[in-house]
Design a protein around this ligand. Sequence first.
Ligand code: ATP
Ligand code: MG
Length: 269
Amino acid sequence: MFGRKAVDRAGAAAVPGEALRLEDVRKVYGTEGNQVVALDGVSLSLPSGSFTAVMGPSGSGKSTLLQCAAGLDRPTGGRVFVDGALLAGDGEAALTRFRRERIGFVFQQFNLLPTLTVMQNVTLPLKLAGRKVDRRRAQAILERVGLGDRLGHLPAELSGGQQQRVAIARALVTEPRVVFGDEPTGALDTRSARDVLALLQESVRMFGQTVVMVTHDPVAASCADSVLYLADGRIVGHQQAPTAEAVAERMTHLADEVERQRATTEAGR
Ligand SMILES: Nc1ncnc2c1ncn2[C@@H]1O[C@H](COP(=O)(O)OP(=O)(O)OP(=O)(O)O)[C@@H](O)[C@H]1O
Ligand SMILES: [Mg+2]
């Protein structure tokens, strides 16, 4: 057998083509006597170039999972690897650097800076990371998301769908290892949601991007290659090549599944 250290070292960078790995990740909020276990030992491995949807009831830990995986929050226990590199807990500055170099994040409410133009919003992550600001590349990405003619506009001058496409361009501009989206279509009408999903799919299919997206919408989830189901802070299911019908069906039965899993766990104790 390998010693623990050897496994740690080998494990850190050993899996080729793996974009994201979580090992027994736990997140507990609150202080003793008043604790909420938001993540209860989540382990997963996602290959590079995959598009994964995360679904589950409200409060099941989806946002917590994304925030821990993206380095926006620290897990209470367990380990997160992005592209083989351990997301370590040594200081805010290190975490911020890790995030800037490896992660893109798209929020439900876009989170663009209101006083910056479209172009300035998209190039900001490069500036913050101290990287060369290649305006031509930024422009090419904005053209790809259909906003090549809006470079000088302010966010308030754009529709919700357009703002979210700027946010996606901003997430892609640093060429991150993984792009996370927490309900990126949650604030959009059906048509804009479809555009945003098509964009995410294109970034996976054509550019090999790895995408992890939380959604409540079975149609959005069906755009992904696979769906992870979360309940009570645990992964309770996994579905490949999902259809909207199959996802909706699975969500309906999720509560029953959780009960069944709880019973199995109890019986195994
Ligand atoms: N900052 C916090 N402090 C205390 N508890 C929190 C905090 N953030 C989340 N929680 C709790 O952790 C659990 C998981 O929350 P999380 O936001 O991850 O759920 P979610 O699956 O994203 O839900 P939704 O679908 O409603 O967005 C919930 O019980 C929530 O109340
Ligand atoms: Mg959430």
